[in-house]
Design a protein. Structure first.
Lengths: 112, 114
């Protein structure tokens, strides 16, 4: 059972453009939603995370938007750079545990 | 501060064999989780250990097992390897606080079963 659905599977964006990745979850017990960035041959690295009591969180060029009623959250990468080319995973968990449920991943390619 | 260290980085095993993977968490982190990453199934949770006790378990067969030592280092074992066990196995460590559960991943062990 896929409890976190992520879309799109891949996207291509021009340098300077905006990358948008969407996730939807089913389990209302989830209360911590991190995003991870993974480069080939590396483990996932935490990018930014949000809790459901906040509708938006921004860190540099990365912004998470959260819609609790719709059980959806999204990652926006502003001013996308070629170095942002990677696979991005959304995830969800209960704050007290570390059992992360991941979305299927989005492969982002930023063209120069 | 050293990150999460996984050894070995690469392994090739024959079907039917068993394998043991090792994970050293970030110093001070007491929670260690294991994940399997494959192109078809994505990232799937295997199990989590905290203070030498398994706290959570994913939907994997009993061939997959793990343990944690008193210094928080963890090992996972897969017995009777199958071709489908070929995957990147990732370990993550974290400080467990009710309001902060960032998990930091190692680079993984790439297991190939032939």
């Amino acid at each position: 059972q896929q409890q976190v659905k992520q879309s799109p599977q891949s996207l291509i964006v021009q340098k300077g453009g905006i990358s948008i990745i969407n996730c939807a979850y089913e389990n209302t017990a989830f209360d911590y939603f991190p995003w991870y960035q993974q480069f080939p041959g590396k483990g996932p690295a935490l990018l930014i995370a949000i809790r459901p009591d906040v509708s938006e969180k921004k860190e540099g060029r990365f912004t998470i938007s959260f819609n609790k009623s719709a059980k959806q959250f999204s990652l926006h990468i502003m001013d996308s750079q070629p170095g942002d080319s990677a696979t991005y995973f959304c995830a969800a968990t209960k704050a007290a545990g570390n059992k992360l449920t991941f979305g299927g991943g989005t492969r982002v390619l930023v063209k120069p | 501060k050293a990150g999460v260290t996984q050894t070995p980085r690469y392994l090739i095993k024959t079907r039917g064999q068993q394998v043991t993977l090792s994970c050293s968490p970030i110093s001070g982190h007491r929670s260690v989780s294991w994940y399997q990453q494959t192109p078809g199934q994505g990232l799937q949770f295997l199990f989590e250990y905290f203070s030498e006790t398994q706290r959570n378990k994913g939907n994997f067969p009993g061939r997959f097992s793990g343990r944690q030592f008193s210094n928080s280092r963890s090992e996972m074992n897969v017995s009777t390897l199958e071709l489908g066990d070929s995957a990147l196995y990732l370990c993550a460590s974290s400080l467990v606080r009710s309001e902060n559960t960032e998990a930091f991943f190692g680079q993984g062990t790439r297991l190939t079963v032939v």
